[in-house]
Design a protein around this ligand. Sequence first.
Ligand code: NAD
Ligand code: UDP
Length: 325
Amino acid sequence: MSGRDHAVVTGGAGFVGSHLVDDLVADDYRVTAVDSFASGTPENVSHHADDDRFSLLQRDVRDPLPDFDSVDVIYHFASRASPTHFDSHPIEIAMTNSLGTRHVLEAAVEHDARVVVASTSEVYGDPEVHPQPESYRGNVSPRGPRAPYDESKRFAEALSMAYVRKHDVDARTVRIFNTYGPRMQLDDGRVIPNFLSQALAGDDLTVYGDGEQTRSFCYVTDLVDGIRRLADRPGLQGAVMNVGNTNEITIRELATVVRDVVDTPSEVTYEPRPTDDPDLRCPDVSTARERLDWEPKVPLRAGLAQTADHFRTRRHEIVGSTPED
Ligand code: NAD
Ligand code: UDP
């Protein structure tokens, strides 16, 4: 695919979606972001407001996509992604990933467009295979508090494959592992926004449980690079790929690194662990390495420093003063 093709990004005003928009505009795509602003904000893409290659439409993907003249590729990234939202918006999330994905796939049929569906490491649940390869079928509770997200993402994958088989749609799926970076919302509730906000405010960092659970954190530009390679390579209809960093650390270690990067007097406090919080998570990225020549590049400390800079600016904007104060 090439410049001046039309790319639609659902969730394009969100954290990952807005970075994808940047990358597509830089490649001279005509880009339409479709977003309900449920957990994203127009500010994330406001730097494109005067660019005639870009438009932002406030729409909910639980409704059919708008009538476009033509679409070449759809990046389906609409969905709240923070576990705190799994509690507060379970039905919205379940319907966004089920009905919303159907609307995206119907638009792909109509326009003969390629689709990249954002799935998640959460499809592996609390994994019994470690690290997780794409062939692992997961250990997910269909009834627990994370189920509206996990199970609807699994359904989104199943529905995508049904459209591949029944309608020959060129759908590809990216299973995203914990990704962080600028433009996450300060009150997002995920661990890196929480720890950075707390560290910058001088508050204690809230570790849930004993902090021995692990995650592997990928910087957003590495993720976007993987997503674009997955979208652009020929011959990947129906493919599914893990994209994430393989540097696995405990949450307790993460707290130490954040305190160090921010240079804060904050201490650590321990709070109860959420129900069904996975113990371990680390991607096996051999498929992306082999088929996309993709490799994550940004080390955790460098990515956290970039993200902390963004959070410093946002905190000061919110309280109405300047970053130099
Ligand atoms: P985000 O909350 O920043 O972005 C999601 C965007 O989707 C927001 O702008 C939100 O307003 C929009 N949205 C939500 N429901 C919508 C709806 N019904 N209609 C239209 N727009 C809607 O989260 P994110 O981290 O950028 O996640 C983006 C995608 O990547 C999601 O599909 C998420 O499941 C997936 N993902 C992200 C991660 C990660 O670590 N960031 C990990 C796994 C999967
Ligand atoms: N976590 C934490 N403190 C926080 C937020 C999260 O200790 O303030 C833990 C959470 O219990 C989980 C890990 O950090 O074990 C990653 O949580 P996050 O919500 O970022 O993503 P998840 O991988 O659970 O979807």
